[in-house]
Design a binder for this molecule. Sequence first.
Ligand SMILES: [Zn+2]
Ligand SMILES: [Zn+2]
Length: 168
Amino acid sequence: MKIKLEKILNLDDGEYRFHFETAAKDIGLGLTDYEGQEVFDRPVVTDVVLNKTSHLYYVKLRAASEARFLCDRCLEETRHMITGEFQVAYTDLKSSRQEYGSESDVRLIEMHKANEITLDKDVCDTLMLEIPTKILCEEDCKGLCVECGANLNDALCEHADMQMNANN
Ligand SMILES: [Zn+2]
Ligand SMILES: [Zn+2]
């Protein structure tokens, strides 16, 4: 548990900011590709704004990390920034569920006992949701030759003419 808002019991009502830089695997973001290599191999940077009122902690977070993928077409390594936002309210009032329920997650806590809020899983989930379903090294990646496997971004192989004709 690394991304943790600590000692929140004694905070006065108001707005507080937190900044975290953590290794992805330390917060459970241990996604690997088919070669077993870490996808999130750079630090995860998380900025949190906490708004406290007497019966509510309102948490907004923004998480960002650069991740390593393999291009869907040519299988070369390609790096992308993954960023996402998430908000959640912690409260001891059951009625708040109606007030905030439609806009964001609401979680019940005991305001007079809970001294910390852990956000590791929320940061993981936020970043996982932002991974694109299709990943290309370049918008117009030419991919691999289906005949010989040559990377057509580097050079055209002897089959290139044939394939261009086939595509037309
Ligand atoms: Zn590519
Ligand atoms: Zn070829």
